[in-house]
Design a protein around this ligand. Structure first.
Ligand code: SF4
Length: 460
């Protein structure tokens, strides 16, 4: 008879505490690192104290993001002491080691192997061939029903305010078959919405000369349109982020009109005044964007356009800001985010023209936000009385904080096909039966405000 107490006990799994900072692209890097660590038998620790090592995936895009990254490293050192740093800030290791000489290792963005090696050195992996802790999708840090799909790394543009190409290098696209296989696996595991991300989605595949790879016994070309069309066959919501207004986007808008992918374009215009765009060295700055937007809306009236802008760019005049506000009136974009220019160290823009004083930047930011709020409210109002497909993100307690209670026993928060998670508005809905996260319901819109919609589920 075997004495169970004498049976060899497996060694305790080493524990890693993970901090993920920055944009969705950094989040995808974190998911890859965590997936690999879990596959090797590491456990994720809920807090720094008690973990064998801490990994901090940093963001280095703006000075404020760098400060946040340095603070997170300091906190990890205080609470644990064994800290590995990776991500965008890792491209400038001396900044990190100067502030925190006690870190164990610093690795740059996408240097997955180096991070894993550093973790091995800090806490050796438990060797157990029977370990299989990793679901086929890898580990996701987003909710189960949506996932980010990164199609390339780096960027070939050289916008003067941006140091991403310096940090992450030139464009490197993934072969189409790789992207499609990952997308298929995610959908098979229950993901209902894929958010396609990169630094410049419309440039996808140009570095590969649009080479084809084999997917499901046929050729899949590494081309923006072909990839969007193939993703559209998977039966999930496909949402495109970081697209630039090049002429070839028209064909993709036609896919949207045919219902193959979501009628949604996230295009970071950044400004509208020609001279500012020239100083920014924006790709496609010369395009006649208002005409292009009108054409897209003609092709696909349901299209939602989201964008981001920078105010207070060096040398920006009052007239240029006014031009941007007038342009926003004409463009009638649905969703707009706005940043005050921050002089990122190493960005060419800092030398281009005199800086705009901080208080002027602030006033311009306030003006733009107020201006756009009215446009957004107007556009959302048009949805009252319509039925919208809404994906449920989270359930809310019965009769809870619906800003205006409407009849129905259950409440939930979700998004229309025109709203991306985290950055766009929400739909607050009531339903006569409980909803599940990830479920897509048909909602009659009854009310709107500047950013959100309110309604009742009329179909499941
Ligand atoms: S397109 Fe411009 S802003 Fe975007 S990553 Fe490339 S260089 Fe930076």
């Amino acid at each position: 008879m075997t004495d169970r107490n004498c049976a060899p006990q497996p060694a305790a799994a080493p524990k890693v505490s993970f901090v993920s900072l920055g944009c969705p692209k950094a989040l995808v890097d974190s998911e890859r690192i965590i997936t690999r660590l879990r596959a090797e038998g590491y456990e994720l620790a809920p807090e720094h104290r008690g973990a064998d090592v801490v990994v901090v995936n940093t963001c280095g895009f703006l000075d404020s993001a760098q400060a946040e990254s340095l603070a997170a490293i300091g906190e990890a050192l205080n609470q644990n002491g064994k800290v590995i740093v990776t991500g965008c800030m890792g491209a400038e290791p001396e900044k990190i080691t100067k502030a925190h000489p006690g870190v164990l290792a610093v690795t740059g963005p996408q240097q997955y192997e180096s991070v894993i090696e550093a973790v091995h050195r800090a806490a050796a992996p438990r060797h157990d061939p029977f370990f299989d802790l990793v679901p086929p999708t890898g580990i996701k840090l987003t909710p189960r029903h949506y996932a980010y799909l990164k199609i390339s790394e780096g960027c070939n543009n050289r916008c003067t305010f941006c140091i991403i190409p310096k940090l992450r290098g030139s464009l490197v696209s993934r072969p189409a078959a790789d992207v499609l296989r990952e997308a298929e696996r995610l959908v098979a595991a229950g993901v209902k919405e894929l958010l396609v991300i990169s630094q410049d989605t419309s440039a996808y595949g140009s570095d590969l000369r649009y080479a084809a790879s084999q997917w499901k016994g046929r050729e899949a070309r590494a081309r923006f349109f072909d990839l969007a069309a193939a993703l559209g066959e998977l039966g999930a919501w496909i949402r495109l982020h970081y697209v630039y207004p090049y002429p070839h986007v028209d064909a993709v808008v036609e896919l949207m009109a045919q219902g193959k992918i979501l009628p949604y374009l996230d295009i970071p215009f950044q400004h509208a005044a020609d001279d500012v765009l020239r100083r920014m060295k924006r790709p496609a700055a010369q395009e006649r964007t208002l005409q292009r937007i009108a054409r897209w809306r003609e092709l696909c009236p349901e299209l939602t356009i989201r964008s981001t802008f920078i105010v207070g760019f060096p040398g920006e005049t009052e007239a240029e800001l006014q031009f941007l506000l007038d342009w926003l009136d004409a463009a009638e974009l649905d969703r707009v985010g706005c940043f005050r220019y921050e002089p990122v160290e190493g960005a060419a823009a800092n030398e281009i023209a005199p800086p705009v004083p901080a208080e002027v930047k602030e006033q311009r930011w306030q003006r733009l936000m107020r201006h756009q709020q009215a446009i957004s409210a107007r556009r959302l109002k048009r949805k009252i009385g319509t039925r919208q497909q809404v994906i449920v993100d989270e359930l809310r307690p019965r009769h809870d904080a619906m800003p205006t209670p409407v009849s129905g026993a259950f409440s939930a928060k979700g998004r229309t096909r025109g709203d991306a998670p985290e950055i766009d508005g929400a739909v607050y809905m009531t339903s006569r039966r409980p909803l599940r996260a990830g479920e897509i319901a048909s909602v009659k819109i009854e009310r709107s405000d500047a950013y959100d919609l309110f309604g009742t589920v009329v179909g499941y």
